[in-house]
Ligand binder design. Structure first.
Ligand SMILES: [Zn+2]
Length: 360
């Protein structure tokens, strides 16, 4: 195939047009082909086949990536992004995307002035490996990011409840968990697969009960599994000093409540205290305004219309969910979608990022 000589932008357009029309032709009866056919007939000012609708849609969307843990521990109970993969993800973003601070990106999105391929990087919960492994990579590539912190571990040094849960399943030598939960579950724990399945069932149950009840059930779980509540090994959550050091190099902090509860399950006054309390604690400790909020869990049942109102009233300018997808212009800034690609190797990451910008 010989390509016509011309300006690079024109050549790129021709290659893209050729690719899309190839995609359309061999599949005359499929829905994809039917969708592409009207687009195929469109030509731009220069008479070249182009797909302005697709191009514009892709360019104007904001993708917000979500990570939790970045380390090489290969922990099956709380999987993390391996450091090598995280480095490859960030190197891809640095060379192919416009990586923006979240607050700036949300402002540009609302104004319809987002640059092409705009991406934000976010971390949830406040794990120490954000500081140990992710931050050096972000700093080397000069990429901004936002870390959403639950403030109770920063103040007390204690783990979040889901970490206590994962730790119990990691440590236990019990062969089964009998009569736990409501209705009572009988879960074998002989193999790793059985333990992971049991952990997921118990996590879903604990997520569904209220805050105080969850604490009681966690204690019962520890007794049933024969493990104590002490956090084993090195500290896993960030300290205030580590957060301040990251903040000095362009890593912003967002709030993620105090104790990581399910906000939709709480009475409004307690939810308000969790939301505003985390903002106050962060602003006092860091001396900077905290603009962004992340709903714990982040799925539709985890936050409600009432929760959104409380977040708005607490003075946040935007909030992120874990609803999957990218954000078109006009997206409600208090229910921003995110894309979880944390478990993908480098090449799959690049493909999916591009694909989801187009499709999700
Ligand atoms: Zn979280």
């Amino acid at each position: 195939v010989s390509l016509p000589r011309g300006r690079p932008a024109r050549r790129r357009r021709l290659v893209r047009a050729a690719f899309v029309s190839l995609l359309a032709r061999p599949l005359p009866r499929t829905a994809l082909a039917r969708c592409l056919r009207p687009l195929e007939a469109r030509r731009d000012e220069a008479g070249v086949l182009s797909f302005p609708f697709v191009r514009r849609r892709r360019a104007r969307r904001l993708q917000i990536l979500v990570y939790h843990r970045v380390n090489d521990e290969r922990d099956a109970y709380w999987p993390a992004t391996p450091v090598r993969d995280f480095r490859a993800h960030m190197e891809h973003l640095a060379s192919h995307c416009a990586v923006l601070p979240l607050d700036a990106a949300v402002t540009l999105l609302a104004a319809g002035e987002l640059p092409d391929n705009a991406v934000c990087v976010t971390f949830d919960d406040g794990y120490r490996d954000t500081y140990l492994h992710a931050w050096p990579i972000l700093a080397r590539l000069s990429l901004p990011a936002t870390v959403f912190l639950a403030t109770s571990p920063l103040d007390t040094g204690q783990r979040l409840w889901h970490d206590a849960l994962f730790s119990a399943f990691r440590q236990t030598e019990a062969r089964a968990l009998d009569g736990f939960g409501r209705p009572a579950m009988h879960l074998p724990l002989r193999t790793l697969d059985e333990r992971l399945a049991a952990q997921e069932r118990v996590r879903a149950f604990l997520w569904s009960v209220g805050f105080d009840e969850r604490r009681a059930w966690l204690e019962r779980l520890r007794q049933a599994l024969g493990v104590d509540g002490a956090a084993p090994g090195a500290r896993t959550m960030l300290s205030w000093d580590e957060v301040r050091r990251m903040q000095d190099t362009g890593i912003a902090c967002g709030a993620h409540t105090v104790t990581h509860p399910v906000l939709a399950h709480m009475p409004p006054d307690r939810a308000a205290a969790e939301i505003a309390g985390s903002k106050r604690a962060l602003e006092r400790a860091l001396g900077a305004r905290v603009q962004a909020f992340a709903y714990p869990g982040g799925k539709p049942g985890d936050f409600s219309v009432e929760t959104v109102r409380l977040v708005r009233e607490a003075g946040f300018s935007c909030a992120v969910t874990t609803l999957f997808g990218s954000n078109p212009p006009g997206q409600d800034r208090y229910s921003l979608r995110r894309v979880a690609l944390a478990d993908l190797d480098a090449s799959t990451f690049a493909l999916r990022l591009d694909y989801y910008r187009f499709s999700a």
